[in-house]
Write a protein that binds this ligand. Structure first.
Ligand code: GDP
Length: 526
C-alpha cells in the first residue's frame, strides 16, 4: 500500500458521522454540548446553547430565527475524541422541521435517538426514525433525564418495539430513578457508575463481580440492589442478546440510560458509541459501490442553504465526502453540468463559525460556495463517470395556495419559486383545472421562510392560503381522470408534469385507492 492510501485508510477508520434524532425538549442541545465538551471544543459549546437564546444567537442568519429563537437549518459540528474524528449533523429540534432535516439524515452513517425517559417515543422521533430505518443505518438510543421520575425501562423497551418496530438491547441499566437515582450498571463491562453528590457532579466508576455483587447493595441500598437483580435476571433470560450484525443492520438498537444535563452516562455512551458505530460507509452510484478508500475524491450535495451570511446573497452547498481526499483548490467534475470546477472556498461548520477547510476526508461534510450551480443530489467527482444514487424525496404534508400581491412582479415571482424549488425548500404543484400554484412542505416553518425569502431576495410579496390537504400521492395509471378527484381531494401536476393527487384525509385516500385498483399511488415522485 502506498503512503497516500495508507493515510486515507487511517483517516476513514477514525471517522464517525452521525445525526441526533429526537423530539424537541428531549435534550438534544444539552447532549450535543456535552459531547463537544468531551472533545475539548469548549469554544463551541456556548454557541450551541446560544442558538436557543433568541436575541444573541450566532446562527440567526435570518430574522425568523431571531424572532423564534430556533435554528431553521441544520449545521455540522466536528470534534476529536481519543483518536476519533466525529461529525455531528445537527437537525433542527423545533416542531417545524423540514425536508432538509430528512435529507441531512442521508449524509449520516448512523443515528443517535434521544428519548425523554418520562415521555418515551414522541411524534418527531417517529418520523426521523422512519427515515433512518428506511436506509437501514444503525441506531443507538440514549434514554435521557434519568434524574427525573420516568417510565419503567421495560415499558420503554416495549414502546420502542411496538411503535418503532425495533428491538433493543440495554447496554446499561438504571439503579433507581429520579430522586432515588444512584447510578447505572454497565452490563458489558460489569461495573457500576455512581451518580453522587447534591450537585450531581461526582461520578465514580466501580468494578464489580456481576450485578449480584453485594458491593452494589452497600452503595445503593438493598432495596435498589434487589430491584436491579430482578430486572437484570429478567433481561438475561428474556431480553435480546447483543448482536453486532443486527445492530449494524438497524434491527437492534443498543440502549444507554443517562442524564445529559448532569453529564451522567454521557462519556460512557460516547466511548461505546465510537467503538460500535460504523465508520464512513460506501455509497451507491452508477459506477457501483463507491468505497471511502477509493483514491479518487467524490461526494454529493445533500443540502443547499441560502443567506447564512446576510451581508451576501450567496448560497452554501453542503457536500458529504464519499471517497478520497479533498484538498482545497482541487478541480473536480460537476457531473450533471458536465463541467470542471475548482473548489476554492470550502468551509466547515462548527455551530455556524465558518472555518476554511484545507483538506477533508470521507465522512466529513464541507460547505461549498454556490453561485447557483448546484442542485440537491449533484455528484462531484475526480472520476467523471460517478453519479450517486438520487436522494429520496419526501412527501409534503402541509399545503398552501400561493399568489402574488402585485401582478407586475410575476417574473420575479416565478424566478423565486424556481430557485427555491431547486434548493429543495418547497415542492410546487399546479392545479389542473384552475392553474393555481400550490406549495407543499413538511413543516409549517418552511412557509414562513418562503414568504420571508421571496420578499427579501426577490422583492415579491406573496399571499399564502392554507389548503386542507394532508397527503400527496403520485398516481401512475394509463389515463388519469380529474373528475375522479373532486371530493376531499384534487388532481395536480408536479414540476415535471407528473400527476399527483392531494388528499384531505386518510379516508379519502383509502377510498380512491379502492376505487382505482389499477392505479399505483406512490409516496414520492416516480
Ligand atoms: P432540545 O430541544 O432537545 O435541544 O432540548 P434541550 O437540550 O434544550 O433540553 C430541554 C430541557 O431539558 C432543558 O431545560 C434542559 O436543561 C433539560 N434537560 C436536558 N437534559 C436533562 C436531564 O438529563 N435531566 C433533566 N432533568 N433535564 C434535562
Amino acid at each position: 500500500m502506498n503512503n497516500a492510501l495508507n493515510v486515507l485508510q487511517q483517516e476513514v477508520d477514525k471517522r464517525r458521522t452521525f445525526a441526533i434524532i429526537s423530539h424537541p425538549d428531549a435534550g438534544k442541545t444539552t447532549l450535543t454540548e456535552k459531547l463537544l465538551l468531551f472533545g475539548g471544543a469548549i469554544r463551541l459549546a456556548g454557541s450551541v446553547k446560544a442558538r436557543k437564546a433568541s436575541k444573541h444567537a450566532t446562527s440567526d442568519w435570518m430574522e425568523i430565527e431571531k424572532q423564534r429563537g430556533i435554528s431553521v437549518t441544520s449545521s455540522v459540528m466536528q470534534f476529536d475524541y481519543k483518536g476519533h474524528r466525529i461529525n455531528i449533523l445537527d437537525t433542527p429540534g423545533h416542531q417545524d422541521f423540514s425536508e432538509d432535516t430528512y435529507r441531512t439524515l442521508t449524509a449520516a452513517d448512523s443515528a443517535v435517538m434521544l428519548i425523554d425517559v418520562a415521555k418515551g417515543v414522541e411524534p418527531q422521533t417517529i418520523k426521523l426514525f422512519q427515515v433512518c430505518a428506511k436506509r437501514g443505518i444503525p441506531i443507538f438510543t440514549f434514554i435521557n433525564k434519568l434524574d427525573r421520575e420516568g417510565r419503567n425501562p421495560f415499558e420503554l423497551m416495549e414502546e420502542l418495539e411496538n411503535v418503532l418496530g425495533i428491538r433493543s438491547v440495554p447496554m446499561n441499566w438504571p439503579i433507581g430513578m429520579g430522586r432515588e437515582l444512584s447510578g447505572v450498571y454497565d452490563r458489558m463491562k460489569n461495573q457500576v457508575e455512581l451518580f453522587q453528590g447534591d450537585d450531581h457532579s461526582t461520578i465514580q466508576v466501580r468494578k464489580v463481580d456481576g450485578y449480584e455483587d453485594k458491593v452494589i447493595g452497600e452503595i445503593a441500598g438493598e432495596y435498589l440492589h434487589d430491584q436491579l437483580c430482578q430486572d437484570l435476571e429478567l433481561l438475561d433470560v428474556a431480553g435480546d442478546p447483543f448482536d453486532y450484525d443486527k445492530v449494524m443492520r438497524g434491527e437492534l438498537t443498543p440502549v444507554f440510560f443517562g442524564s445529559a444535563v448532569n453529564n451522567f452516562g454521557v462519556q460512557t455512551f460516547l466511548e461505546n458509541f465510537l467503538e460500535l458505530a460504523p465508520k464512513p460507509e460506501p455509497r451507491r452510484s452508477t459506477a457501483g459501490l463507491v468505497e471511502p478508500t477509493d483514491e479518487k475524491f467524490s461526494g454529493y450535495i445533500f443540502k443547499i442553504q441560502a443567506n447564512m451570511n446576510p451581508a451576501h446573497r450567496d448560497r452554501i452547498a453542503f457536500l458529504r465526502i464519499v471517497s478520497g481526499k479533498f484538498e482545497r483548490g482541487m478541480t473536480v467534475k460537476h457531473v450533471r453540468a458536465g463541467k470542471d470546477i475548482k473548489l476554492a472556498q470550502p468551509q466547515q461548520f462548527l455551530a455556524q463559525d465558518r472555518d476554511i477547510v484545507n483538506e477533508a476526508y470521507p465522512g466529513d461534510i464541507i460547505g461549498l460556495f454556490d453561485p447557483g450551480i448546484f442542485r440537491i443530489g449533484d455528484s462531484l467527482s475526480e472520476k467523471s463517470e460517478i453519479v450517486f444514487d438520487e436522494l429520496p424525496t419526501f412527501s409534503p404534508e402541509i399545503f398552501a395556495k400561493v399568489s402574488i400581491k402585485n401582478a407586475l412582479k410575476s417574473k420575479q415571482f416565478q424566478k423565486g419559486i424556481d430557485q427555491l424549488t431547486e434548493e429543495g425548500m418547497i415542492q410546487v404543484f399546479r392545479t389542473v383545472s384552475f392553474d393555481d400554484i400550490l406549495l407543499g412542505v413538511v413543516g409549517q416553518l418552511q412557509f414562513e421562510v418562503f414568504e420571508y425569502r421571496m420578499k427579501g431576495e426577490y422583492g415579491v410579496d406573496v399571499q399564502l392560503q392554507r389548503m386542507p390537504y394532508q397527503f400527496a400521492r403520485w398516481i401512475v395509471m394509463d389515463k388519469v381522470d380529474p373528475s375522479k378527484f373532486r371530493i376531499n381531494s384534487v388532481l395536480v401536476k408536479d414540476k415535471k408534469d407528473n400527476d399527483v393527487v392531494l388528499f384531505e384525509n386518510e379516508y379519502a385516500m383509502r377510498t380512491a385507492m379502492e376505487k382505482l385498483p389499477e392505479a399505483k399511488f406512490l409516496e414520492t415522485a416516480p
